[in-house]
Design a protein around this ligand. Structure first.
Ligand code: NOJ
Length: 531
């Protein structure tokens, strides 16, 4: 049994988790000081967003050295200490591998840019201008504008799927492949337990650099990148051999896990599991819940479709939020955020929790003068700002919420004085207590992590499914509405006992006298044990 199948991952955005030196930016010593919290919460592994030296044009997703730690976050020695301390508590540690692009300050790119003749020229993607001048094709950066930047000194354009400060590495060049493989080995040798791979589906571009087709659904007011369909600039067949090589390195290193960041439709996403001959990443991130309308019938269909689409041996995984997308509590409101947590932690497969969601954090309004996200700065006002979901964690009700003794790099949430770890830990009815209870329940009942998933249904606002393992069967029923709802227990279920409710204290039950109808309070989710 591979450890990550049963694990719950927890994403840490290092700038925002815990500052230890008063500069308003989180750091590795800060994270190390919070390991007891994480172990006590009951997660199994942390994934730390990029911590490498970086000019921070895209807050670390522009890497200037793949084998070191940015001084703002600490040192390699701090990292080793963090890793040892995490392992000492039974927590695994995943890093973020950013292979599609480096920083334009990376020595590789500085060399590549220096002349057309340089041995590293081909390490990045350089093209001549189009015959009539201008960019080589119509590809658009995910952050708006052409995906090509002109270099006047050498008379060519280089490709950048994101900022121009993030030039795309050329994964068709074997020297790049070898150098990046060495990066993986460097961290595996240090003991990291796996990687989340940034924009895996972007890594290989069509060899002929043909135009992307226009997107007929694009309208003014939508992000610039959506003007075209990225059929040539992403998701090329050659990516699967690239991923298989990464997988081989991970598997050779021992029990390590690779999670791929992939935003694609279900049928395309599934190809990233690979095949028996050419295995892909262990877990292609499943973001389907992030965009899903919050209705029971739709979610039931989504869960069933995802399960049905999994290839043989493919292990599922679920995500409710990350550092790029609106927080779940903002999307569905505070009461349904509790239901959502129950959903995330009772579905079959490996869940990833985003830091702060266990407190029910919402998106924080960022005053215009404090906007940091390059995406918002480039395309303001379209609702693309990611700062609101990257604000500091709140640990206590003191100044700086226990996050920092200085000025936090992004504002804290308005209710940090009450919405913080210390306050919620002391309240059995808090979101934090619910998440901790859910994690404990999941640990106590392997049916919830490893068991079969059956009977998925979504009727009358109630999303239901059963999880079973060995002789044990659990029933999960989630009321996605703000009204009371009833459902009849299926005949094959005996007299169930309540294990956990999102609404403390449990005030429902078989109110029709024979125990066969369950009443759910507004916004109530329950886990029942069939006895
Ligand atoms: C995906 C990351 O999650 C996002 O934060 C980043 O801006 C882009 N990749 C570019 O690396």
């Amino acid at each position: 049994m591979t450890w990550w199948r049963q694990a719950v991952f927890y994403q840490i955005y290092p700038r925002s988790f815990q500052d230890s030196d008063g500069d308003g930016i989180g750091d590795l010593r800060g994270i190390a000081g919070r390991l007891d919290y994480l172990a006590g919460l009951g997660v199994d592994a942390i994934w730390i967003s990029p911590l490498y030296p970086s000019p921070m044009a895209d807050f670390g997703y522009d890497v200037a050295d793949y084998r070191d730690v940015d001084p703002r976050f600490g040192t390699l020695a701090d990292f080793d200490a963090l890793l040892a301390a995490a392992h000492g508590r039974g927590l695994r540690v995943l890093l973020d591998f950013v292979p599609n692009h480096s920083s334009d300050q990376h020595p590789w790119f500085v060399a590549s840019r220096s002349s057309r003749q340089h041995a590293k020229r081909d390490w990045y993607i350089w093209r001549d201008p189009a015959p009539g001048g201008g960019p080589p094709n119509n590809w658009i950066s995910d952050f708006g504008g052409s995906a090509w930047e002109y270099d006047a000194a050498s008379g060519q354009y280089y490709s950048h799927a994101f900022l121009k400060e993030q030039p795309d590495l050329n994964w068709r060049n074997p020297e790049v492949v070898a150098a990046m493989h060495d990066v993986l080995r460097f961290w595996f040798d240090r003991g990291v337990d796996g990687f989340r791979i940034d924009v895996l589906w972007h890594m290989v571009k069509a060899a002929d650099f043909a135009d992307n087709p226009p997107n007929p659904a694009w309208r003014p007011g939508m992000a610039d990148m959506l003007r075209v369909l990225q059929t040539r600039s992403t998701d090329q067949p050659e990516i699967h051999a690239v991923a298989a090589d990464l997988r081989r390195i991970a598997d050779t290193a021992g029990e390590r896990v690779l999670i791929g960041e992939i935003y694609l439709p279900l049928d395309r996403l599934m190809t990233y599991y690979g095949t028996a001959d050419m295995p892909g990443v262990h877990l292609p991130f499943n973001f389907s819940l992030i965009d899903a309308p919050w209705d029971a019938a739709g979610l039931a269909r989504l869960i069933a479709d995802y399960e049905a689409a999994l290839p043989p041996g493919g292990w599922p995984n679920w995500v409710l939020g990350n550092h790029d997308r609106p927080r779940i509590a903002t999307r569905v409101g505070p009461a349904q955020a509790r239901v959502a947590a129950m959903l995330l932690l009772t579905l079959r497969g490996t869940p990833t929790l985003y830091y702060g969601d266990e407190l029910g954090l919402t998106d924080v309004a960022i005053p215009p003068e404090r906007v940091q996200d390059p995406r918002e700065l480039r395309e303001p006002g379209l609702g693309l700002n990611r700062d609101p979901v990257r604000t500091p964690m709140a640990w206590d009700g003191g100044p700086g919420a226990g996050f920092t003794t200085g000025d936090p790099w992004l504002p804290l949430h308005d209710d940090a004085a009450t919405r913080n770890v210390a306050a919620q830990a002391a309240d059995a009815g808090s979101m934090l207590s619910l998440v901790r209870d859910l994690l404990a329940l999941r640990r106590a009942h392997p049916a919830l992590s490893l068991g079969a998933l059956e009977g998925v249904s979504g009727e009358d606002d109630v999303l239901r499914y059963e999880r079973s393992d060995g002789g044990e069967r659990l029933i999960v029923a989630l009321n996605l509405s703000a009204g009371e709802r009833r459902f009849a227990l299926p005949d094959h279920v005996g007299m169930p006992r309540l294990l956990l409710s999102t609404v403390p204290p449990w005030r429902t039950g078989g109110e029709d006298g024979d125990g066969r109808t369950i009443l759910l309070a507004p916004d109530e989710g329950v886990v029942l044990l069939d006895e």
